[in-house]
Ligand binder design. Structure first.
Ligand SMILES: [Zn+2]
Length: 173
């Protein structure tokens, strides 16, 4: 019995379950960008080039443009997600897995996210460096807690729903 509990398939299932909750909270790039922007500029906007504090909306979604020097800065600039070659939502999924599933391999990630193994390996390394404090990213550190809180809330909500649904289904059987 314990052998089946520890089987790779069971583990894959558990990971898929947690990931599905995450995907409901962060379904697309827009949701991820919005969270990044909130945390990046939570203490106010400061232009990274000239130090100006006045901005208007930039051309790309959630970006900001300095009204003084006209430099546009994306929500991902100077964060862990800067110049990410994969969709932001996929990068978020990798980060979530690294933060919450300690022993997950990059092969398992590659299976779960339908991404190339080397892509998962490379980004996982970057996330790990952040977690270990080798490379600081205050935006990432700030948003991790909110991400987990949001996903946990979702898990609780869904498990409550399941408890309510079960008796009715049994009654019909
Ligand atoms: Zn500026």
């Amino acid at each position: 019995m314990p052998a089946t509990l520890k089987s790779p398939r069971k583990k894959t299932w558990q990971i898929a379950g947690r990931l599905s909750h995450f995907k409901k909270v962060f379904p697309d790039d827009a949701a991820c960008l919005s969270l990044l922007a909130t945390h990046k500029w939570k203490t106010g906007y400061v232009c990274s080039k000239c130090g100006g504090t006045n901005y208007c909306k930039g051309k790309s979604p959630m970006s900001r443009r300095c009204t003084k020097c006209k430099t546009e800065e994306s929500a991902t600039a100077h964060t862990l997600f800067h110049r990410c070659k994969i969709p932001l939502v996929k990068a978020f999924e990798i980060a979530f897995m690294v933060c919450n599933m300690d022993d997950i391999s990059s092969y398992e990630m590659s299976r779960q996210l339908s991404l190339r193994h080397m892509t998962c390996y490379g980004f996982r390394k970057k996330v790990k460096a952040c977690i270990n404090g080798e490379k600081r990213d205050p935006v990432f550190e700030s948003m991790v807690l909110e991400v987990n809180a949001k996903v946990n809330k979702r898990v609780k909500l869904e498990s409550k729903k399941l408890k309510v649904d079960k008796p009715t289904r049994l009654a019909h059987a």
